[in-house]
Design a protein around this ligand. Structure first.
Ligand code: AKG
Length: 262
């Protein structure tokens, strides 16, 4: 994949010759208000782009019917700030909304969950129907960064908070009909690094052990994993228990949902 977060090709200069990177106090108190826009030659533009742009080093993860892209989207400092802001802003479900139905029985979810997104959107899975709360500023900021990095837009996010390595998520596929099949699921991880495991549908259970081997990866603080089609048709994924992990983790899966709530 060849995607880059780039600086603008035109940079503003103050009349006095200072680059607009100078401190705001200096600009407002000493520099004249008037600004000139300069066009640069191709060579100089390339140099500036090298200096100011951050190529995102994507890693391709592929197996039979599995197509994912992985990168470190946020530097550690940024990721720390985002994690702390989410800890202040997010409200998680309680009561019945923090439970799932499996074969008619109700179980507490072994983590905390929340859903945010565009007005009226609802996401249903395992017998629960979760209505989106309004985007918070930090979720909007992360969503827009993911859009810039991938070119995809998202209208919904499922948040999972794991207090430590005992909190986990069982094997499942994100193959609900309301998900737009042309849009990958973009999974941003903040906090403790955790293992993430894909298992092919033909490799589950006693009878079907002939499928391809599992694909395991560690989702790092500040990382982005893109699950492209047809991954969620063929492969289940899970976040297994890791008893040694003592730190919390927040995972955001940005999605595009097709149907509006009536
Ligand atoms: O926390 C994670 O990385 C897993 C999230 C997940 O599997 C999901 O939201 O469907």
């Amino acid at each position: 994949m060849d995607r880059f977060v780039t600086a603008s090709r035109k940079r503003k200069r103050h009349v006095g010759g200072e680059l607009d990177q100078a401190s705001h106090s200096k600009k407002s108190r000493e520099a004249p208000e008037e600004e000139l826009e300069e066009d640069y030659g191709e060579e100089e533009e390339d140099m500036l782009l090298k200096e100011f742009s951050q190529p995102i080093p994507w890693r391709k993860i592929e197996a039979e019917g599995l197509d994912c892209d992985y990168c470190l989207l946020f530097k550690t400092d940024e990721a720390n700030e985002l994690f702390n802001a989410l800890e202040r802003e997010l409200e998680y479900f309680t009561g019945d909304q923090a439970k799932v139905q499996v074969f008619g029985k109700s179980y507490s979810v072994p983590r905390k969950q929340a859903t945010y997104g565009d007005e009226g959107l609802m996401y249903s899975f395992s017998g629960v129907h979760l209505l989106a709360r309004t985007w918070t500023p930090t979720l909007e900021n992360i969503r827009d960064t993911v859009t810039k990095a991938t070119g995809h837009t998202f209208n919904f996010v499922l948040v999972n908070r794991y207090k430590d390595g005992l909190d986990h998520m069982g094997e499942h596929r994100d193959d609900e009909r309301e998900l737009d099949p042309s849009c990958p699921i973009a999974s941003v991880s903040l906090g403790a690094a955790r293992d993430f495991v894909f298992r092919h549908r033909n490799s589950r259970g006693g009878a079907g052990r002939g499928g391809p081997p599992p694909v395991k990866l560690e989702l790092a603080h500040g990382s982005l994993l893109l699950m492209n089609a047809p991954t969620n048709t063929n492969w289940y994924h899970s976040l297994p228990v890791r008893k040694k992990s003592q730190m919390p983790r927040i995972n955001l899966t940005f999605r595009r949902i097709l149907k509006k709530l009536k």
